[in-house]
Design a binder for this molecule. Structure first.
Ligand code: DGY
Length: 323
């Protein structure tokens, strides 16, 4: 029996590539160079499955290419705002993502950024590396205490709940959240969390605000100048969700002019290009989209894609279908 043809847009962890080679007629991307629009269109015309990732913009133009052979797009990533889902539906393409397996590692990075910004870790690291540290003194590099403070979570899905568990059980933090679709009362009670009636209420109350909503048009610049001005001057903003949820220019002004105390960012508008305004600031901790970047998680994400396409190829509903 001929094996289905699958095309992978970027390099994947070796154990998953080995499984792909076993199971499919696979085209890997050893050079790990992003595929062009034309190459992505050709992939849809020549493969049964296209396996892109969160940095591949799978636009309506690409999805609308004529003479498509592909029937399924198995995205390597829980976020799928890189894919025009309406266009995929119009074209009759099944789309899947990789939820669950990156929840804890992404939540860990949110906690890391929270601690980094509160305790001025990046700034301290730079001081030591630049050989500018002159020694301990009672007033040197004072940050903000984390334990016992209030954490506001915008979006209360799986990753936010994992952050809440770590923050509440590990650091004794009080949890506030907003979400149009709150989880069960049992989950809320287990974290002693409080649903805020409005985003504005959460921003006013919280010492730390962490973003966990999806990206895309509905949440673009949700955190804008007006909302940043509602935050406390001692508060910190954490973003491990999507860059465009925050208006970067407004955040840079907030950090420069002291509307808020600091920020920790893992994602950026237009990444990997970063607004140079951030690079001049000491009160922002910057990471290169590391949320899910552990060996265990990236292998698990790849395996999740494989499970989804395997189900599809035997005529079952893939577990993580989003379109
Ligand atoms: C995702 O999966 O959406 C992350 O941004 C990368 O792991």
């Amino acid at each position: 029996m001929t094996k289905p043809k699958v095309i992978v847009t970027r390099k994947w962890p070796a154990p998953v590539e080995a499984r792909l080679q076993d199971l499919y007629d696979v085209q890997l991307n050893e050079a790990d160079v992003p595929m062009t629009v034309d190459a992505l269109k050709a992939a849809l015309q020549t493969a049964d499955a296209l396996l892109p990732t969160v940095t591949d913009a799978i636009t309506a133009d690409i999805l609308g290419v004529t003479n498509k052979r592909a029937k399924i797009i198995g995205n390597f990533g829980v976020g799928y705002n890189n894919i025009d889902i309406d266009a995929a539906k119009r074209e009759g393409l099944v789309v899947t993502n990789t939820p669950h397996v990156l929840t804890d590692c992404t939540a860990d990075i949110a906690m890391l950024l929270l601690l980094m910004t509160a305790r001025r870790a990046s700034e301290g690291d730079r001081l030591v590396r630049n050989q500018q540290w002159t020694g301990w003194r009672p007033t040197h590099m004072l940050g903000r205490k984390v334990t016992g403070k209030t954490l506001g979570l915008i979006g209360f899905g799986r990753i936010a709940q994992a952050v809440a568990r770590k923050a509440h059980h590990g650091f004794g933090m009080k949890i506030l959240f907003t979400d149009p679709y709150p989880p069960s009362q049992e989950i809320i009670d287990g974290l002693q969390a409080t649903l805020c009636a409005t985003l504005e209420e959460l921003l006013t109350e919280a010492n730390f605000v962490s973003l966990h909503c999806p990206g895309g048009d509905a949440t673009k610049h949700l955190i804008n100048e007006q909302r940043l001005k509602l935050m406390r001057p001692s508060a910190h903003l954490i973003n491990t969700a999507r860059g465009d949820v925050v208006d970067s220019k407004a955040l840079i002004r907030a950090l420069k002019e002291g509307w808020i105390a600091g920020a920790g960012l893992d994602v950026y508008e237009g990444e990997p290009n970063i607004d140079p305004g951030f690079l001049e600031l000491d009160n922002v901790a910057l990471l290169p989209h590391l949320g899910s970047a552990t060996e265990e998680t990236r292998v698990a994400m790849g395996n999740r894609v494989l499970d989804n396409i395997a189900a599809f190829f035997v005529g079952h509903e893939p577990g993580d279908r989003v379109a």
